[in-house]
Ligand binder design. Structure first.
Ligand code: GLP
Length: 248
């Protein structure tokens, strides 16, 4: 695993964007696995600035997002499709028909999960999968549980996740209780995984994920088994790794 320790959120965002940009420049028709949450916002902003400046183009890029809330449509301000449009897709020259997010309104969610897995497979998997991390170690919306789930599936969100994400909604009661998420198998099939973390509140999860036992109770810990992981974090988020002696 390669670790980039950056001074603060802005530097972490630039580094994350640079790694994504490098992939897009190396392989203009790459498949990017994308993530939502507050962590990647700065990286998306940087990528949009570089695209406007002519450094790279998303014209041939395909994207697949990790997850979507169940019950929220593309025009709902808190849906992940809406998030991706405002933070990246509408800001760059990507073709919207090449961007994919699970359909949170699918009448048959199980069929939607199968469709999504078939789609990722038909694209040949992702070249680079960007991940954030929840405080409980969730990746995508793969919450801690008794077993890793391989495929795209419907998940009941953990209480702590509902609380963490309530800040984006007017009332806690409005936070959806379920989501559709790519499974651990699909995430692990990415050729390269890029994990972005920021803030002291993530330090414990980062330490457990990368220095603790590999267990579905800490979903991100499975990344220890991936052969090409790049971790980008600010000093605060990586403090647990320094305490564990993995970093200086
Ligand atoms: C959500 C998303 C995750 C994301 C996590 C952390 O739960 N489903 O993909 O990594 O939030 O979000 P943040 O970056 O805001 O801490």
């Amino acid at each position: 695993m390669r670790i980039y320790q950056e001074a603060d959120y802005d530097a972490m965002s630039r580094r994350t964007a640079a790694i994504i940009a490098a992939e897009v420049i190396r392989k203009p028709d790459c498949v990017l696995g994308l993530a939502t949450g507050s962590t990647p916002v700065g990286a998306y902003r940087q990528l949009a600035a570089w695209e406007r400046g002519g450094l790279l183009s998303f014209g041939d890029v395909t994207t697949v997002n990790l997850d979507e809330y169940r019950g929220l449509g593309p025009d709902h301000e808190q849906s992940y499709r809406y998030f991706m449009r405002t933070n990246l897709f509408d800001q760059v020259d990507i073709r919207l028909e090449r961007t994919h997010v699970p359909d949170g309104l699918a009448a048959d969610p199980e069929a939607e999960c199968r469709r999504y897995d078939a789609l990722v497979e038909s694209l040949g998997g992702t070249d680079l999968q960007l991940l954030g991390m929840g405080h409980n170690g969730h990746i995508g919306f793969n919450e801690p549980g008794p077993a890793f789930v391989r495929e795209t599936h419907v998940v009941d969100l953990a209480k702590s996740t509902i609380e963490a994400n309530a800040r984006f909604f007017a009332h806690r009661d409005e936070v959806p209780r379920q989501a559709i998420t790519m499974g651990i198998g699909t995430i692990m099939s990415a050729k390269r995984v890029l994990v972005a973390v920021s803030g002291a509140d993530k330090a414990e999860a980062v330490r457990k994920a990368f220095c603790g036992p590999i267990t579905p109770e800490m979903p991100a810990s499975i990344l220890q088994l991936h052969r090409d992981v790049v971790l980008v974090g600010d000093v605060a988020a990586l403090s647990g790794l320094r305490e564990a002696g993995v970093l200086q």
